[in-house]
Design a binder for this molecule. Structure first.
Ligand code: ADP
Ligand code: MG
Length: 466
């Protein structure tokens, strides 16, 4: 269909694009695109999804124009279109309108054609946590691991309910999920002061739901959670093993979604890997845009370190930033901790901010922080010792051979990591914080009365720390 020469030119086009952008950018945005020459000579760039389309057209139009000139010898306009046959890239994109999910079944179903409740006049943020004022888009350093996530978050904040709904952000701890969720809140509050925003942790959704059940006040609960323009739930993985709450959240989700309002969720795992999450929730969560965040690369770590120092009105010299970036490799929260420590060290000792001070600061405590013990260290040592498997610890089994090592894990995790009770519960099949607290107290008491248990805990602790 296409004249042969044109085919070659469209291949050449991508070669030129590759020359014009970094390898990282190419890989992120152009790996799955192709250029087609229409019969009338028009150019169509086929991209895998709406997200790439929006992004490429906003930020790479100059690159496209230049690559066209280089490969076709003249300026031509390029239409960017979503390739209907494209497999999902790293992101999953919502089915187009028309593929609306069915209404929820059951008595809670909203009336067909239910009208949104009247809007409150002034903007409101309802939240169980105070927003952190530093968690803004402006303070967010963008790099390879979070480029998609950042772009999508800003797009959501720009047009809530329109672009990517739901927006599901996942990645491991300390990579900036909470920061992005709160940045969305800040931005919407700034630009759409009339919207009703509800930001909360999943735990608090669970707790308030349980409370509502106990007080027989479910109607008020629903009124609060369903009557919003934007619902953001942080750490949605805590829905694991909470059947009743999952049921309730399913209806909350549908009501908000069907009214065209925005839902934003974060999690430490992709939807299908959240243990025991009902299939219908998994499919709801995947309906919009699912974006994974990766740990920052070296350059991004350096940029983050410098930014964090700037926020404290200090300039981090390159060599110090490089040194820290080499020693703290994955978690952004720890990068921040390293900056605070080094700045504190220099100021306390009245020393210049140089590599020596960085070394000393990292040696004193920082080293153990940067190699901080993780829950995985605890799990590894305990499962080894008891010859049990992690899925058993995460299961509902309560036999002593499983429950005991599980309780030991919880106790040691609490002693050796910064994780909260709920976070620990999350690792062991989504158990709630009271269960974790009970386990910890039990082990502590038993160890006080049983020298051999105390000795075992000491040995396991040594194993974890080595
Ligand atoms: P998560 O919710 O994924 O565990 P957080 O959002 O709590 O992570 O981030 C941990 C810390 O790191 C916060 O202080 C946050 O401001 C900071 N942080 C994370 N990502 C970035 C980034 N890209 N730029 C600047 N600071 C970041
Ligand atoms: Mg978080």
């Amino acid at each position: 269909m296409h004249p042969g020469g044109q085919e070659t030119k469209s291949d050449a086009f991508l070669v030129h694009v590759r020359e014009l952008v970094s390898a990282q950018q190419y890989d992120t945005w152009f790996r799955a695109v192709s250029l087609h020459v229409e019969a009338d000579g028009g150019l169509v760039l086929l991209v895998p999804n709406k997200f790439v389309r929006d992004w490429v057209s906003s930020y790479y139009s100059d690159v496209l124009a230049q690559a066209v000139r280089r490969s076709f010898g003249e300026a031509r306009s390029v239409t960017i279109a979503v390739d209907p046959n494209a497999p999902p890239l790293k992101v999953a994109v919502a089915p187009e309108a028309g593929a609306e999910p069915e209404l929820p079944e059951g008595p809670e179903s909203p009336e067909p054609g239910a009208q949104p409740l009247p809007r409150v006049e002034t903007g409101s943020l309802d939240s169980d946590t105070v927003l952190h004022d530093q968690y803004t888009f402006e303070n967010y350093v963008v790099g390879a691991g979070n480029r998609f996530a950042f772009a999508a978050a800003t797009a959501v904040a720009e047009a809530p309910g329109k672009n990517y709904n739901p927006f599901f952000l996942h990645g491991s701890v300390g990579l900036g999920k909470t920061h992005l969720l709160q940045a969305i809140c800040h931005q919407i509050l700034r630009t759409r002061p009339n919207s009703r925003i509800l930001y909360l942790s999943c735990e608090s959704f669970i707790n308030q739901f349980i409370e509502a059940l106990e007080n027989r006040d479910v109607a008020a609960f629903r009124q609060k959670y369903r009557n919003v323009d934007v619902l953001l739930v942080d750490d949605i993985q805590f829905l694991a093993n909470k059947e009743r709450t999952q049921e309730e959240f399913f209806h909350t989700f549908n009501t908000i979604y069907n009214l065209g309002n925005q839902i934003v969720l974060s999690s430490d795992a992709p939807p299908k890997e959240i243990p025991t999450l009902q299939e219908r929730l998994v499919s709801r969560f995947k309906m919009g845009l699912v974006v994974e965040m990766a740990p920052p690369d070296f350059e991004t770590r350096v940029a983050i370190l410098k930014r964090k120092a700037r926020m404290r009105e200090m300039d981090l010299p390159d060599e110090v930033a490089h040194f820290l970036a080499e020693h703290v490799s994955t978690n952004i929260r720890e990068l921040e901790g390293a900056v605070v420590r080094v700045l504190g060290y220099a100021s306390l000792e009245g020393r210049p901010l140089d590599i020596e001070v960085a070394r000393d600061a990292m040696r004193d405590g920082a080293v153990s922080r940067s190699n901080a013990i993780t829950i995985n260290d605890v799990i590894r040592v305990v499962t080894d010792y008891f010859s049990v498997k992690l899925p058993d610890l995460q299961s509902k089994r309560r036999t002593q051979s499983i429950a005991f090592p599980r309780q030991i894990c919880m106790f040691l995790a609490r002693e050796n990591t910064d994780l909260s009770l709920s976070e620990i519960g999350g690792y062991f099949g989504g158990r709630d914080h009271t269960t974790v607290l009970y386990a910890i107290e039990k082990i502590r008491e038993d160890a006080a009365n049983d020298a051999s248990l105390a000795e075992l805990l000491r040995r396991l602790t040594t194993g974890i720390r080595s």
